[in-house]
Write a protein that binds this ligand. Structure first.
Ligand code: PLP
Length: 416
């Protein structure tokens, strides 16, 4: 860090400022986590210098002996941890992993069936502003209005009607378990490839607290930076029969040289995730998300689908007569970071939204448990009820900020 501070004090200030932000506030963004110093060390290493187009043993550049070891270790760890026949650690991000999965199995113009963005799907699941909606015929399924759970009857009806080349299970804002066996049976019925986008929940699979999609899917894509607590990046797991197609779809189709510092950091994170303590972490992540959802319901919010089985919950905030965007803003003023989110059948536009999404991965990494979640829920409730710009509202936000400071002091992120 001294080298950075002397060469570029402005960026050094940003790095320190961000560290202070993490230390001083509560991070409830469901897709974020706090990586270990070991992962950060691999990320900040000279492996960043190395060009290594290709795969271990078959590179287009010399000098790859060391990075080959890192990638081979990472691939072996991923296969062992997830019981997968093949793993590719090179995707730069979750979106890149998804692009590769489409490229491995589909041609432009093919039909894909995936979850509606407005009901919890990801941009790469067929949104018109993304390659997936521009280059493919995307058909969307959603959740049932009564239960807010995936409508498997609708998935099957749409699959039979549209005969998609690929069906995608997985979401960005769905708090419940996904029935992979049901998706497998629908895919088999119509002869479709089954892709599971496990970006959000794969860390819970690694910790053995929720069922794995690996035995059911032809291909599983994931991000390494959410519950899994690795560096920002993507990964693909697949059956051996698809290994060549997947590898070619990542490189050379979608990417050039892999980011070897990130590949090495993924290997570190996989080693951490295979340790017994990670199972305890994942168990606590789920318990904490449930406690947060319960606490927020007591504050007058409605948990979409009635709760959560995972690391995240979606809360409908209309009962408090505010929007999701306003709730996000008020929490931010009180030192609590979370995001507004559309709820199923949301009457409000996405930029306003009627809900918030909360996640427990970061606060659990900080060692917080259910009683802390109850306290956080009370603080979120106070923050969203306080109107900024009024004397009482501003005082309330300052009081919540102080309480947040006491919680984070007791459970520091990146202890000094
Ligand atoms: N897939 C899902 C389900 C996601 O939630 C996300 C990111 O939030 C992605 C893919 C994309 O990951 P990235 O932001 O790394 O491209």
């Amino acid at each position: 860090f001294d080298a950075l501070a002397s060469t570029d004090p402005e960026i050094a200030d940003v790095v320190l400022g961000e560290l202070e932000r993490l230390r001083g506030g509560l991070q409830l963004i469901a897709s974020e986590n706090l990586t270990s110093p070991a992962v950060l060390a691999a990320l900040g290493s000279t492996l960043s210098n190395k060009y290594a187009e290709g795969y271990p043993g078959h590179r287009y550049y010399g000098g790859c002996a060391q990075v080959d070891v890192a990638e081979e270790l990472g691939v072996a760890r991923a296969k062992a941890l997830f019981g997968a026949e093949h793993a590719n650690l090179q995707p730069h991000s979750g979106a890149s992993a998804n692009l590769a999965a489409y490229a491995a199995f589909c041609e432009p113009g093919d039909t894909v069936l995936a979850m509606d963005l407005k009901q919890g799907g990801h941009l790469t699941h067929g949104s018109l502003v993304n390659f997936s909606g521009r280059w493919f015929q995307a058909v969307s399924y959603g959740v049932r209005a009564d239960t807010e759970l995936i409508d498997y009857d609708q998935v099957r009806e749409l699959a039979i009607a549209h005969e998609p080349r690929m069906i995608i299970a997985g979401a960005t804002a769905y708090p419940r378990l996904i029935d992979f066996a049901a998706f497998r049976s629908i895919a088999d019925e119509v002869g479709a490839i089954l892709m599971v986008d496990a970006a959000h929940f794969i860390g819970l699979v690694a910790g053995r607290v929720i069922p794995s999609p690996v035995p059911f899917a032809d291909v599983v894509t994931l991000t390494t930076h959410k519950v899994l607590r690795g560096p920002r990046g993507g990964m693909i797991l697949c059956r051996a029969e698809h290994a060549r197609a997947i590898d070619k779809a990542v490189f050379p189709f979608g990417q050039g040289g892999p980011l070897m510092h990130a590949v090495a950091a993924k290997a570190v994170a996989l080693r951490e995730a295979a340790a017994p303590e990670f199972g305890g972490y994942a168990t606590q992540v789920v318990a904490n998300a449930a406690a947060l959802a319960k606490g927020l319901e007591a504050e007058g919010m409605r948990a979409v689908s009635g709760g959560t089985d995972t690391h995240l919950a979606l809360l409908d905030v209309r009962g408090l007569e505010i929007t999701g965007a306003e709730a996000e803003r008020r929490c931010e003023a009180a030192g609590i970071t979370l995001n507004k989110n559309a709820i199923p059948f949301d009457p409000a536009p996405p930029a306003t939204a009627s809900g918030i999404r909360i996640g427990s991965p970061s606060v659990t990494t900080q060692g917080m448990t259910e009683p802390d979640m109850a306290e956080i829920a009370r603080l979120v409730g106070r923050a969203v009820r306080a109107e900024p710009g009024t004397a009482t509202g501003d005082a309330e936000h300052a009081a919540v900020r102080d309480a947040v400071g006491r919680l984070t002091a007791a459970h520091p992120a990146y202890p000094r």
